[in-house]
Design a protein around this ligand. Structure first.
Ligand code: SF4
Length: 147
């Protein structure tokens, strides 16, 4: 299940979803409503946060991630920030959300580095990270259960 956050400060040239840039756009929902949809679909085993920029609404996504983890699901998160930028933030909710992400796809989309052969990302500067406790390692694409 993918949840798209509304609002994005990155404004990447060639963005796949510019309708999400304006933080006044989209529609309002609640974490409870999203989780209800998640719980009602037994085929789901995780949630993907995309956007927009999920880190513009860190508390909302943190609440979702915490609950999905409690139910045994995994969290993937797309962000226009780099992992290094996020690790440098001292703002509590950013750290709380990051600590509940299992796989992070980071970095702005760069049209000049567009590569259609890449898995799960659009440009070659973007990286996929996997959290191991407090450590972030490059994503192991051979990991069982991940395509
Ligand atoms: S970070 Fe993602 S949603 Fe935001 S402008 Fe870049 S490609 Fe679009």
């Amino acid at each position: 299940m993918t949840v798209f956050g509304q609002g994005c400060p990155h404004h990447c040239h060639g963005c796949h979803n510019p309708a999400t840039w304006n933080s006044e756009g989209g529609y309002t929902t609640t974490t409870e409503e999203i989780l209800e949809q998640y719980k009602n679909n037994p085929l789901l085993d995780g949630m993907t946060f995309s956007g927009g920029e999920p880190f513009m609404q860190p508390m909302m996504f943190f609440e979702l991630a915490k609950e999905v983890h409690r139910m045994g699901g995994d969290i993937w998160c797309y962000t226009g920030y780099t992992l290094e930028e996020l690790l440098g933030y001292t703002y509590g909710p950013h750290r709380m959300l990051l600590e509940h992400v299992d796989v992070l796809v980071d970095g702005e989309y760069k049209e000049e580095l567009r590569n259609l052969t890449l898995q799960f990302r659009g440009s070659s500067n973007q990286r996929i990270w996997e959290r191991h406790g407090d450590m972030w390692l490059p994503w192991n694409r051979d990991k069982e259960g991940v395509a």
